[in-house]
Design a protein around this ligand. Structure first.
Ligand SMILES: Nc1ncnc2c1ncn2[C@@H]1O[C@H](COP(=O)(O)OP(=O)(O)O)[C@@H](O)[C@H]1O
Ligand SMILES: [Mg+2]
Length: 268
């Protein structure tokens, strides 16, 4: 069943300029989908519309069969956790601990449970020693870790990560991506938003946004094989994919080499 259905969705911050234009997309329960697109393609806008932070000009969003509107927005937000692109927007508390607790407080978790979860999730993102610290003194990457812990602790059915690992070093990024994979295996619906193809290759499906429109949507392998679409997406292509495309253009047919490049593109 589809957990999210987006129908003919359009949104404009200002007149005559649509940040999103007639977007149609369905997301299946339990899948991991990447929203991939160049800077300014409308990814964050789409995420904010899905959680009802912005109101659509036109179109509809259904979450778990419920139409998103002013009456249902609170019910829907209980089902979706979002790690925002800029972690500063996520911080309201005096300490790191307060910030991890914030989402759980909104969902009325009991205190005992909350304290256990704060410990568990701060350890998961390697921020346990920082619980009593003030969030504004943290680095960007540390803030991202804290934001991730707070959202994970809420245990929502759907989690949206909006460029949530952009400030982490490669090792930190890999460990969060691995964790995202585990969450998905446990049954969570995952939406990862990124402009970095490398971060999209492990998801089940990819939707490519370009200038506010859906350029393509499909299984990850299919999208990565779609040279024309990728070339027109304004995205930076992964190096092995670039090489693979070059071999094709030069009519070089070494299947072994191609296979190696393909595996590299898929991060394997
Ligand atoms: N608060 C805002 N006010 C006006 N325009 C905005 C605002 N936020 C985003 N935009 C514009 O909307 C478009 C889509 O932005 P955004 O959804 O943030 O893209 P992405 O997340 O893919 O980088 C861009 O042209 C951006 O400049
Ligand atoms: Mg964005």
């Amino acid at each position: 069943m589809n957990i999210i259905e987006i129908k003919d969705l359009s949104f404009a911050y200002r007149e005559e300029f649509f940040a999103l234009n007639d977007v149609n997309l369905t997301i299946k329960r339990g899948e991991w989908i990447s929203i991939l697109g160049h800077n300014g393609s409308g990814k964050s806008t789409l995420a904010k519309l899905i959680i009802g932070l912005l109101k659509a000009e036109k179109g509809e969003i259904y979450v778990d069969g419920v139409l998103l509107n002013e009456e249902t927005v609170h019910e829907i937000r209980r089902k979706i956790g979002i790690v925002f692109q800029n972690p500063d927007n996520q911080f309201v508390g005096v300490t790191v601990e307060d910030d991890i607790a914030f989402g759980m407080e909104n969902l009325n978790f009991d205190r005992e449970d909350m304290l256990n979860k704060i410990e568990e999730y701060s350890k998961k993102v390697n921020m346990f020693e920082y619980l009593k610290k003030e969030p504004h003194n943290l680095s960007g990457g540390q803030k991202q870790r804290v934001a991730i812990a707070g959202i994970l602790a809420m245990n929502t059915d759907i989690i949206i990560f909006d460029e949530s690992t952009s400030m982490l070093d490669p090792k930190g990024r890999e460990s969060i991506m691995e964790y995202i994979r585990d969450l998905n295996k446990e049954g969570k619906t995952i939406i990862t938003i990124t402009h970095d193809m490398k971060e999209a290759v492990n998801s089940d499906r990819i939707v490519i946004l370009k200038d506010g429109k859906v350029l393509a949507v499909g299984e990850t392998n299919t999208i990565l094989n779609d040279k024309e679409t990728l070339n027109s997406s304004n995205l930076e292509l992964l190096l092995p994919l670039k090489l693979l495309y070059k071999l094709d253009e030069a009519n070089i047919k070494n299947e072994k080499v191609k296979n190696i490049l393909w595996q590299l593109s898929l991060n394997k």
